[in-house]
Structures are given as structure tokens and as C-alpha cells.
Design a protein. Structure first.
Length: 314
């Protein structure tokens, strides 16, 4: 009896908690959005890949008897010197636009932080109206501004004494057309980037700025040591979005110059459209567009990798 009394009482292990069933209703609610997104984005992408692997011209579009040719379309596009000239032009066009957008948007965001309530409201209202302007409408306005005889730009330059700009045809000059397109795209892109950066800047604790100013730091020192390091991820995200926006810009270029004069403003989206519609080689146009997507993905991956390294070193 004594031995029995001294034996420790074994505690029974608690029963494992019952797994709660996941509710089905939230998935049902988002299912229409997911299916619509898949139909509008994923299906066209898959269809474009299939066309790029086929012999798909106007006869195949009518009869529907396209046959697969493998990577022959990609080989033909990559072996064309004109394609590489368009790639270099697209990279140059993108670099100029993105640098200008980020620099000017940062300055506008810093200005918004310093403005008073009513001035900030007016500037933000102007930015929102610019952002809300349809691309076609904005492009048409720029066409009117730079019109040779009745354009406001020529009138203003002549009024300032630059007689060489009387009846000057801007869109007959490749470099001038290139500059107008850069101005248009930068003007359209600044509102989104500036408002996003402003929203991020007002989240930085003001105590950090006050401490930096007490230590005698100037405006550039404050920005380089506090604002930019704390908002590095936001700057990286907006830069990536602007790269995507600039690379895929088509409406502005097509409406103003259709890639001309010559090929001075032909970028990859315009080139893909020209090949598909003018030559009626939809397979080659699909191949060009897929190569554009591939180049864009590779560039963004390289940028994200560099950004990740900087975050780890910091």
C-alpha cells in the first residue's frame, strides 16, 4: 500500500486543439475579382505567348489554321538590327524620363511638406487634376501647344525675340519630338510620384528633423541622412512603377508622332504595334512584346536585387 501511495500520478496529455474550419465566404467574395483579373491579364498573356510561337499572319487570322514554329519568330526578331536600335532608344527614353520624374517629384513632395495648409491644398488640387487628365486629351493639348503656326509655344518664343521659331515645325525634328514626348510623360507622371512621396514623408517623426537642425544640418544633409534612408523602400517602389509606366507608354507616342519622324521616337510598344499592324505579322509583334516584358522583368529584378543588398548593408 505504501509503494502504491508513493507512485506519482501520471498526468494525462491535453487533447490537441481542434482545427477550426476556414470560412468559405471570404474566398467566394473575392472569387469574381480573381477570375476577372485572370481573364483580363493572365489569358491575354498566355494567348500572346502562343501567338509568338506560331506562324500567325493575316491569312491565319482569317482561316484560323496557324501552325507552331517554335522559337523561329524570336530568332528573326533578335537577328534584326532595327530591333536592337529600338531597344537602345527605349532604354535611353526610359532613363531620361524616370530620372526627371523622380527628381522633380521629390522636389514637389518636399515643397508640399513646407507649404501652408491652403497653398498645399491648391498645389495638391492641381496635381490631382493633372493626374486625372486622360492621356488622349493631354496629348492633344500638347499637339496644340507646339503647333507650327497657331501654337502657343512658338508665339511665346517669337514674342521673346526668338524669330527663328516663327512657324517652326517641332514635329518634323526627331530630337524636338523626342523632347516634347519626354516633357509630356514627365508632366503626366509627376502627380502620382509626388503625392506618394509626400504621403510617405509626413510619416517621418518630426523629432528627427528637429534634432538634425539643432546639430546644424542643412536641407541636403537632412534629406540624405534622414528622409531618403527611412523612405528608401518607398523611393524604390515608385521608381519601379515609373519604369513600368514609361516603358509601356504608347498612346502619347502614337498620337503625336507614330514613332517618327523616321524612327526617332519608336520605342518597343510602338515597334511591336507597327510590326503587327503595318506588316500584318502578328506573330512577330507578339514576339517583340514578349521580349519587351522579359527585358522589363530582368531590369526590375536587377534593381530589386541591388535594393535588397543595400537594405542588408544598412
Amino acid at each position: 500500500m505504501t509503494l502504491l501511495a508513493e507512485r506519482p500520478v501520471q498526468e494525462t496529455a491535453p487533447a490537441p486543439p481542434k482545427r477550426r474550419k476556414r470560412p468559405v465566404l471570404p474566398y467566394l467574395l473575392i472569387a469574381p475579382t480573381l477570375l476577372t483579373t485572370a481573364y483580363l491579364l493572365v489569358y491575354p498573356l498566355i494567348r500572346n505567348v502562343i501567338i509568338s510561337l506560331q506562324e500567325f499572319g493575316l491569312p491565319q487570322l482569317v482561316r484560323g489554321d496557324a501552325k507552331f514554329v517554335g522559337l523561329a519568330n524570336y530568332v528573326k526578331v533578335l537577328s534584326d538590327p532595327e530591333f536592337w536600335a529600338v531597344v537602345r532608344r527605349t532604354l535611353w527614353f526610359t532613363a531620361i524620363n524616370v530620372v526627371l520624374i523622380m527628381v522633380l517629384s521629390t522636389l514637389v513632395a518636399l515643397l508640399l511638406v513646407r507649404l501652408g495648409k491652403w497653398l498645399r491644398f491648391l498645389v495638391m488640387g492641381g496635381l490631382v487634376l493633372t493626374w486625372a487628365t486622360p492621356s488622349i486629351a493631354a496629348t492633344t493639348v500638347f499637339q496644340w501647344l507646339f503647333q507650327s503656326r497657331l501654337g502657343v509655344v512658338n508665339w511665346a518664343l517669337v514674342a521673346l525675340g526668338f524669330e527663328e521659331y516663327r512657324d517652326y515645325t517641332w514635329f518634323a525634328d526627331g530630337e524636338a519630338t523626342f523632347g516634347i514626348l519626354v516633357t509630356l510623360i514627365v508632366w503626366q507622371s509627376i502627380p502620382f510620384a509626388a503625392l506618394s512621396l509626400y504621403a510617405a514623408m509626413i510619416t517621418v517623426p518630426q523629432e528627427l528633423y528637429e534634432a538634425a537642425r539643432m546639430d546644424g544640418a542643412g536641407a541636403w544633409r537632412v534629406f540624405s541622412t534622414i528622409t531618403f534612408p527611412m523612405l528608401r523602400a518607398m523611393f524604390g517602389l515608385i521608381t519601379c512603377l515609373e519604369v513600368i509606366w514609361v516603358v509601356k507608354a504608347f498612346v502619347q507616342i502614337w498620337v503625336i508622332s507614330q514613332g517618327g519622324p523616321g524612327q526617332a521616337t519608336t520605342t518597343l510598344p510602338v515597334y511591336a504595334f507597327q510590326v503587327a499592324q503595318s506588316l500584318q505579322r502578328y506573330d512577330l509583334g507578339a514576339a517583340v512584346s514578349m521580349l519587351m516584358v522579359l527585358l522589363l522583368v530582368l531590369a526590375l529584378l536587377a534593381y530589386f536585387r541591388q535594393l535588397y543588398r543595400q537594405e542588408r548593408e544598412a
